[in-house]
Design a protein around this ligand. Structure first.
Ligand SMILES: [Zn+2]
Length: 396
C-alpha cells in the first residue's frame, strides 16, 4: 500500500539503493558513516541496504580496524569493478573502445583508425562489434559481468531508441545504428550524441562537477554542444538539442555540409584551421597542435590561421553565453587547443558585445581531453543499473 505521500516502501528502498550506488560509483569507496550522514538514515538501515548491494554483486565491503572518532571499525563500501561496461566513441577518423569498471576506472582501451571511405554503417557496426568482443575477451568473459555497451556518435541521435537521424561527418542519415549493433552483439546497446555524452562525463566526474548550468563544446571536424540546465541535460523534444555547430555566424558563407550558409563549424573546425594554415586537412589533433606550435615559433601563416579561428571561436561562444548564461563552458577537442593558444583573442571577440560580462563565465578545458564522449558513453551504459540496482542481470 502506498503511504499518504504516494511513495511505497519498495520505491523508497530503490531510491536509497540508487543513492548509495551512485555515490560510490561517482565518488569512489565511501564509509558507511558518510553514507549514513549523506542519506539521513540510521546505521542499521544503511547496513541492510549495503548488504543488499553486496548480494547483488555490485559492491564489496572492507572493514578497517582503525575507526573514526567513535573508535568503531569503519566499513568502507567499494564499487566492484568486475561489473563492467564497454564504451565506444565513433569518431570521424577513429573508433575508440574502453572497458570501464563500476566506479569509473578505465580498465582497458583500444583505438582503431578508420580506413578512408569506411564510414559505411555495416563496416562500422562490424568494426565496433569486433573491438567490443576483443576487449571483453581480453578481460575474461567469466571474470567480468558486462552490464551493457554505450556508444557516442557525432550526430543527432533520437533519445528513445538510439536511431541516428543524421551524422553528416560520417555520411549517415536515417540509420538504425543502435538496433544493428545490439543485434550483432546480442547485448544491450545505448547510443547518444557525442557532445551530450561529453557534457555528462565532465559533469559527473570532470571539469564541470558541482555546476548546474554548464555548456560543453567539442570541436573536431564539426562542433557539438552538450548543455546542462538546472542540473539536467537539455535534450529538446526528440533529443536533438544543442547542434551549435550549425548556428549561423557569417551570412557571407561558406556553404556548410548541412546545406546552410556560414555555420559556426565552417569557421572553427579542425580542418578549417589546417587549411587556413596551408596544411592538408585530416591530420586531427596532432596536426592542430603542430600548427599552434608553428604559430608560437613565429610562422606567419600559422599565426594568422590561429588568430582567425580564435576570433570565430569567440564569436560563437559569445552567442552561446548570451543565450544560456552558463556558470561554466568546458571546451574539448580543437576548441580547447585554440583557446589555450589564443585566449586573449577569444576573449576579445566575446567582449565585442557587452550583453554578458565575460568575467562571470568560467571557461575551462575538458578534463578528459578528447575522451570526454568515451567516458560519457560508459556513464550512459551504466545508467540503467545506477537507476535500478535490483534489476542488475544476475549470473545465469
Ligand atoms: Zn551547417
Amino acid at each position: 500500500m502506498p503511504t499518504p505521500t504516494g511513495v511505497s516502501t519498495d520505491e523508497l528502498r530503490r531510491a536509497n539503493l540508487r543513492a548509495i550506488l551512485q555515490t560510490v560509483h561517482t565518488r569512489g569507496p565511501t564509509t558507511r558513516a558518510v553514507l549514513t550522514r549523506q542519506l539521513g538514515l540510521n546505521r542499521s538501515t544503511i547496513g541492510a541496504l549495503t548488504g543488499e548491494l553486496q548480494s547483488l554483486g555490485l559492491v564489496s565491503e572492507e572493514t578497517s580496524a582503525v575507526g573514526g572518532r567513535s573508535g568503531r571499525p569503519s566499513h568502507l563500501v567499494v564499487p566492484r569493478e568486475d561489473n563492467v561496461v564497454v564504451a565506444v566513441d565513433v569518431g570521424v577518423d577513429r573508433i575508440a573502445v574502453a572497458l570501464v569498471g563500476l566506479g569509473g576506472e578505465v580498465l582497458d582501451r583500444r583505438d582503431r583508425r578508420h580506413q578512408r571511405g569506411e564510414h559505411d554503417v555495416g563496416h562500422v557496426v562490424d568494426a565496433v562489434a569486433q573491438m567490443v568482443e576483443d576487449v571483453l575477451g581480453a578481460a575474461g568473459d567469466q571474470k567480468v559481468r558486462c552490464l551493457g555497451v554505450g556508444v557516442a556518435v557525432p550526430g543527432a541521435v533520437r533519445a528513445v531508441d538510439g536511431f541516428v537521424r543524421f551524422a553528416p561527418n560520417l555520411g549517415w542519415a536515417e540509420v538504425p545504428f543502435t538496433d544493428l549493433l545490439a543485434a550483432r552483439l546480442g547485448r544491450p546497446v545505448a547510443t547518444g550524441n557525442d557532445a551530450d555524452l561529453g557534457a555528462l562525463a565532465e559533469h559527473v566526474r570532470g571539469a564541470a562537477v558541482g555546476y548546474t548550468e554548464a555548456v560543453y563544446l567539442n570541436a573536431s571536424v564539426g562542433i557539438g554542444g552538450g548543455f546542462l540546465m538546472a542540473g539536467r541535460p537539455l535534450a529538446g523534444a526528440r533529443g536533438y538539442a544543442g547542434e551549435v555547430g550549425h548556428m549561423q555566424v557569417d551570412s557571407q558563407g561558406p556553404v556548410c555540409r548541412c546545406g546552410a550558409v556560414g555555420c559556426w563549424e565552417t569557421k572553427v573546425g579542425e580542418n578549417v584551421l589546417l587549411r587556413l594554415a596551408g596544411r592538408l586537412p585530416g591530420g586531427g589533433p596532432p596536426a592542430v597542435a603542430e600548427v599552434i606550435e608553428a604559430a608560437r615559433a613565429g610562422e606567419r601563416r600559422a599565426a594568422e590561421a590561429v588568430a582567425e579561428v580564435a576570433d570565430w571561436c569567440g564569436v560563437g561562444l559569445r552567442g552561446i553565453v548570451n543565450l544560456f548564461d552558463p556558470e561554466i563552458v568546458v571546451l574539448g577537442g580543437s576548441l580547447a587547443q585554440v583557446w589555450r593558444a589564443a585566449e586573449a583573442t577569444v576573449n576579445e571577440a566575446m567582449a565585442r558585445s557587452t550583453m554578458m560580462p565575460r568575467d562571470d563565465v568560467l571557461i575551462r578545458a575538458a578534463q578528459f581531453g578528447v575522451d570526454s564522449p568515451l567516458i560519457g558513453a560508459a556513464e550512459l551504459a551504466f545508467a540503467p543499473v545506477l537507476d535500478h540496482p535490483q534489476a542488475v542481470p544476475t549470473a545465469s
